[in-house]
Design a binder for this molecule. Sequence first.
Ligand SMILES: C[S@@+](CC[C@H](N)C(=O)[O-])C[C@H]1O[C@@H](n2cnc3c(N)ncnc32)[C@H](O)[C@@H]1O
Length: 257
Amino acid sequence: MAQTGKETREETHFGYETVPLDEKQGMVDDVFHSVARRYDLMNDLMSGGLHRAWKDALLSAVHPPKSDRPFALLDLAGGTGDIAFRVVEAGGDGTRVTVCDINAEMLAVGGERAAKRGLDDRVTFEQGNAEELPYPDKSFDCVTIAFGIRNVPRIPRALSEAHRVLKRGGHFLCLEFSTVDVPGLDALYELYSFNVIPRIGQVVARNRESYQYLVESIRKFPKPKVFVRMMEEAGFRRVSYRAMTGGVVALHSGWKL
Ligand SMILES: C[S@@+](CC[C@H](N)C(=O)[O-])C[C@H]1O[C@@H](n2cnc3c(N)ncnc32)[C@H](O)[C@@H]1O
């Protein structure tokens, strides 16, 4: 909390910077607005293609039905549609995905990609805030969020909203950068993150600051066990997580029972 005259303003982190809570979203929006057109290329370059394997692990956990049974998935902070495309391509005729993201530019790139792949009848792109979802209670069989939750200013609200829009028996899955806990790999990862990623951002996306924010925001994100508790507080049950690539990424899973 910061004192401004008689008022107290809630604060949060934007990377390593401490900022007023109600200003973070605008700063995050500027980041993704500026990188949207280079976003997918940057993901491949920064992760050496590993993000594809992490997203495939998320897809396996979603496990969309192969039959034509209706299956409605909401991909929160779904950006340019990577998760959505994987899910509809793996699922049967009844599988539909709604991509909800706050950033119109990311959604526009996603819409173009869906049209090119001929998937625009099964994937819908909608603008919305994960903290205040524009969907009725119990609308979806599954809710996913990949590399999105750490950008949301009020994470507990986003978790509660994900829980609210899930049907009973529905599955919530969160893929996010996490904490490397393998001796040796942690130092290497630190070096790579702070020295290489911002430089790739500068050369490829002409935006060093956005990628500096990215690596800092990863360090500020809660550790896996803390995030388990946050999910439980939002109402999820049978919460568990799986660390991948030595903890670079964690996949959290919880159910609405
Ligand atoms: C790192 S990208 C992830 C995109 C995609 N899920 C993927 O894995 O490639 C983070 C996304 O979170 C979105 N975002 C940030 N704050 C949000 C919010 N409050 N509600 C919905 N989306 C948000 C950004 O616009 C951006 O598209």
